[in-house]
Design a binder for this molecule. Structure first.
Ligand SMILES: C[S@@+](CC[C@H](N)C(=O)[O-])C[C@H]1O[C@@H](n2cnc3c(N)ncnc32)[C@H](O)[C@@H]1O
Length: 278
């Protein structure tokens, strides 16, 4: 149960920026709000609301702490192995057979960009083969956190983020600077980063994708922060944006609810990769 001052802050955030954090777990929001109370040296939620009104820039910091941006390249590497060995070959061969050459991917809740860049690297490697040259991939990556999106577009990471990157890949697609690793331009240009709120009731998919119809939607470690009703809303949106036989990829700790489950088949037992079947 959210206390009144937290509810007032959430309502203010919604009025000012249109974000709905009501479906996020209360304990998580309370702990994160506490961080902002400390940083701003404000005593309680009631005073913090006044502070927000006096210093509108604080809204960005609040959104930044409410959204959890932890990510890394090839996070839970087994999933990327499955995408590489099972999903991509089948998708690409199917497309070549049908003479349909666009391959559309959406990373929904991309945080600082490691996930869509990991997909871009997999595709770059796979599409090297001459017989696959006709395939044209588009990767759309979206988030509600503008600070995270700015970092994603920059494409500069620390050692912790690239720990799972194999040496050959690191050599090929990153430039090492003093303390960091910069994603190469050929990978950067494969990904379009834009703001998109998964709870936006008026849109199904990122505006710059024009229409949804994705072959793969990766939405990992996003749903777990929402309660069941909000998860359902997001699952419905992802389902409608995904092509028939397309793949939905969730995080390790995420499960589709029982009605969503019927619309998909799980492609294997060791990863949360679902294929849309109905
Ligand atoms: C923990 S990160 C996941 C990053 C990446 N998908 C991964 O698994 O490594 C969760 C991301 O979801 C984003 N997010 C939270 N609510 C969202 C919403 N309503 N619409 C879009 N993105 C949202 C957060 O801003 C955050 O960047």
């Amino acid at each position: 149960m959210k206390d009144q001052s937290l509810l007032n802050i959430l309502r203010y955030l919604h009025d000012k920026r249109g974000f709905d954090f009501n479906g996020n777990h209360t304990l998580m929001l309370t702990r994160r709000l506490q961080k902002r109370l400390q940083a701003t040296e404000v005593k309680n939620g009631h005073e913090y609301l006044h502070y927000l009104k006096d210093y509108p820039k604080e809204l960005d910091h609040l959104i930044d702490v409410f959204t959890i941006n932890v990510s890394r390249f090839f996070r839970n590497s087994i999933v990327f192995e499955c995408i590489n060995k099972m999903v991509l070959p089948e998708l690409i061969l199917g497309k070549l057979r049908k003479k349909e050459f666009s391959l559309r991917i959406w990373s929904a809740g991309c945080a600082t960009g490691e996930e869509p860049y990991s997909m871009a690297i997999l595709l770059k490697e796979r599409l090297k083969k001459q017989e696959y040259a006709a395939i044209k991939p588009s990767i759309f990556a979206t988030d509600i956190d503008q600070l995270a999106l700015a970092k994603a577009a920059e494409g500069i990471y620390n050692f912790d983020s690239i720990k799972n990157v194999k040496f050959g890949i690191l050599e090929r697609y990153f430039t090492k600077t003093e303390q960091s690793f910069q994603v190469s331009p050929e990978i950067k240009e494969m990904v379009q980063f834009t703001f998109f709120d998964l709870l936006d009731k008026n849109r199904l998919s990122p505006p710059n994708s024009i229409y949804g119809d994705f072959d793969i939607i990766i939405c990992r470690n996003v749903l777990l922060y929402f309660d069941a009703a909000y998860q359902k809303m997001i699952f419905d949106k992802l389902y409608r944006s995904l092509k028939m036989n397309g793949y939905l990829i969730l995080g390790e700790a995420e499960l589709p609810d029982s009605s969503t489950k019927k619309q998909y088949k799980k492609i294997n037992s060791c990863s949360k990769i679902y294929q849309k079947i109905g």
